[in-house]
Design a protein around this ligand. Sequence first.
Ligand code: ADP
Ligand code: MG
Length: 349
Amino acid sequence: MLEDKNQNRTSLAELGEFGLINHITKYFTISHSSTVKAVGDDAAVLDASTKQTVISTDLLIEGVHFDLSYMPLKHLGYKAVMVNLSDIYAMNAVAEQITVSIAVSNRFPLEAVEELYAGIQLACETYQIDLIGGDTTSSTKGMLLSITAIGKANKEDLVFRNGAQPTDLIVVTGDLGAAYLGLQVLEREKQVFKVNPQNQPDLDNYTYLIERQLKPEARKDIAELLKELDVKPTSMIDVSDGISSELFHICTQSNVGCKIYEDKLPLDPQVIATCEEFEIDSTMVALSGGEDYELLFTVPISDYEKVKGNPNFSIIGHITEKNQGLQLVTRSSKEIELKAQGWNSFKEN
Ligand code: ADP
Ligand code: MG
């Protein structure tokens, strides 16, 4: 995990808006030649040259998308950048810039905004991203954070959700369900803490799960790996809501069905152990957990030799004709219909 905060409190009103913007952006450096003008003017200027520009944006609201009682601000900043980069990587593009817009209530001191930006800066350094602008304003309640990520790609390298074909293999990177379980562990500890603040949680058995929830990494490496392997996916999506929901998007947009196999779903041992402890079905968690920020993609079956056995990839099934629907083949060889029960911000509970 990232290191912790200091205890000072400086009121944001003391600095004023311009002082604050200057204070939080001054330590960022620019590393891409495509960034012509960054923070400081009325607008940033980019030069994508002969490439296509890829843009994705996300809005995060305190109490809806994050809970600061267990999400340190530095982690929030880092994760908010990851969520956006993940969308750019899911297009098989290279992310190069972000803008960051924040609204904070007077409950937050300058030190809180510094923490948030420390996480954003760490993400920018680690992933080679230029901060090129944003907006700063106050809110009547809580914190809002919106990040826009900008990337580029050669036109012929872009991968959309709509290109999957029957017989294509369905591949997922990394493993699934850990971030969701990390959240369950943190929620449980929060409840325990409410009852007894003296209780020191022992989280040793959940380190991977908590890391996946609080400090996810976007799969910048996959586009590079696919290039090395000379594989161009026919479709791709990032796993933000759980693969069930992502397969729905791919299948709907590609006008196909799919069949995935329960015994092929990649699960970390901590996920399996914690599912047993919490008495929840690990397959449900892998399918619908969400926030994995892995990539789900399809490749022609002729690429089987290129992707098989790669430690980054699990082949979990294949694309079928549309009339076959979306099917999960269980360990006992039963076929059940997949439901798109991903995270839905509008869904109750
Ligand atoms: P304007 O009044 O034109 O909206 P601002 O005073 O809001 O300009 O912003 C000044 C500069 O600082 C701009 O380049 C803007 O993109 C940048 N900026 C403002 N807020 C942020 C922020 N939270 N993070 C990064 N850059 C920011
Ligand atoms: Mg502004």
